[in-house]
Write a protein that binds this ligand. Structure first.
Ligand SMILES: Nc1ncnc2c1ncn2[C@@H]1O[C@H](COP(=O)(O)OP(=O)(O)OP(=O)(O)O)[C@@H](O)[C@H]1O
Ligand SMILES: [Mg+2]
Length: 364
């Protein structure tokens, strides 16, 4: 048998297909630093498209199996899994092309109507992505009703200023900016469209975000002029539409999807919040019917990011400034948020690879 060399490792790994991107790891240039010791121990690094990749373990196992199969005489195989988040590109469609040059992906969290849990979702998704090791920022774009200071427990904090640049606050691994950190709530309430746009623009241009993998925007509710201006001001990679089961039946959520369609911003996922609650015996009560959000996603050919139950813990997390993915990471609700964040990261990676939406369902 031929001696183990780098080429044989490469040939073996050509058999490992990245399930989302539908190409092998070598073609995708995801394998680096192949090394073979004198004792025939093989090591290499696989560079994923996001640290939040839900298929991480599966890909690692597939690599080990491929080496064992094609190079049976290898004494051991060690795979180092790392990630380099892909970028949403120049995010055209906006006049502000290089506005966020060091930010790889920008995602708006939106909803057709108010109170469905956008800020809760934006907060938990941001913290969940940060927990996977990604560099994450969150802009509170709800100028009239900012919730991010409360949800992160930073109501009394003010960002530092260096010259003309604001230093974002940072908590739970997420960099944050909100009008709530800067002016009295009463001041911003009277601001109209142009002032809101210019505040939001400054949140992008005058804040030291440095390098970010994901920058999330918590949008104000609805699909009116303000929201439309916002989604045109921000160069967006994509959006997440949050809905509740009772909202699914009405047209608001469809309007939110249509708004993004109009400005050519892809909807990277629909997330249903407050889907069910647990009865004392542990069973799930779907008070407004089951599966509405998933069906809506399917009808519009959009990825579905999951159902989050209605639980006191989530509300308390918001009120007390300790998001549920931090406060109770082993809970069902925290795991569902982690899962939704991974699915979102996966959809971003798929979009950035130019494959279109991949509606893969994975159980974690
Ligand atoms: N899954 C959940 N379980 C329990 N409470 C929740 C859940 N999701 C959100 N809430 C609570 O519902 C209320 C509204 O949530 P949130 O502020 O996130 O909604 P929103 O869509 O951002 O609202 P707005 O439209 O005013 O910006 C908050 O008190 C929040 O803690
Ligand atoms: Mg909100």
């Amino acid at each position: 048998m031929a001696k183990i060399n780098e080429q044989r490792v490469v040939e073996a790994l050509k058999h490992v297909i990245e399930p989302d991107l539908q190409k092998d790891l070598i073609t995708l240039n995801m394998v680096k630093d192949i090394a073979i010791s004198d004792q025939d121990d093989i090591t290499f690094t696989v560079v994923l498209t996001t640290p939040a990749c839900p298929l991480k373990d599966m890909i690692e196992n597939a690599c080990i199996n491929a080496i064992k199969h094609f190079i049976p005489e290898a004494k051991s195989v060690k795979v180092n899994m790392t990630a380099n988040v892909t970028s949403g590109g120049n995010m055209s469609g906006s006049s502000v092309e290089n506005i966020l040059a060091n930010v790889k992906n920008t995602i708006a969290i939106a909803s057709g109507k108010g109170g469905v849990g956008k800020s809760t979702v934006a907060t938990n998704l941001a913290v969940a992505l940060a927990k996977t090791g990604a560099k994450v920022g969150l802009i509170d774009a709800d100028i009239h009703g900012p919730s991010i200071p409360t949800m992160f427990g930073l109501k009394e904090e003010k960002p530092d200023v260096m010259g003309k640049t604001l230093i974002p606050l940072e908590k739970y691994g997420v960099k944050l900016i909100s009008i709530g950190f800067l002016v009295d709530q009463k001041t911003a309430v009277v601001w109209r469209g142009p002032m809101i746009s210019s505040a939001l623009r400054q949140f992008m241009t005058d804040v030291a975000w440095n390098e970010l993998d994901y920058l999330l925007f918590d949008l104000p509710p609805g699909t009116g002029d303000i929201q439309l201006t916002l989604v045109q001001t921000v160069p967006l990679t994509g959006s997440v539409v949050v809905t509740t089961p009772q909202d699914v039946a009405v047209s608001d959520v469809v309007k939110a999807v249509a708004m993004f369609d109009n400005v050519k911003v892809p909807v990277l996922g629909v997330l249903e919040n407050m889907s069910y609650y647990h009865l004392p015996d542990g069973s799930k009560e779907y008070i407004f019917g089951q599966g509405g959000g998933a069906k809506l996603a399917e009808k519009h050919n959009l990825p579905f990011l999951g159902e989050i139950p209605l639980v006191t813990d989530v509300r308390k997390g918001g009120d007390e400034g300790v998001p549920v993915v931090i406060r109770n990471p082993e809970s069902e609700q925290a795991k569902l948020f982690m899962n939704a964040a991974k699915k979102l990261a996966q959809q971003i990676a798929i979009k950035n690879a130019g494959i279109g939406s991949g509606k893969v369902e994975i159980e974690l």
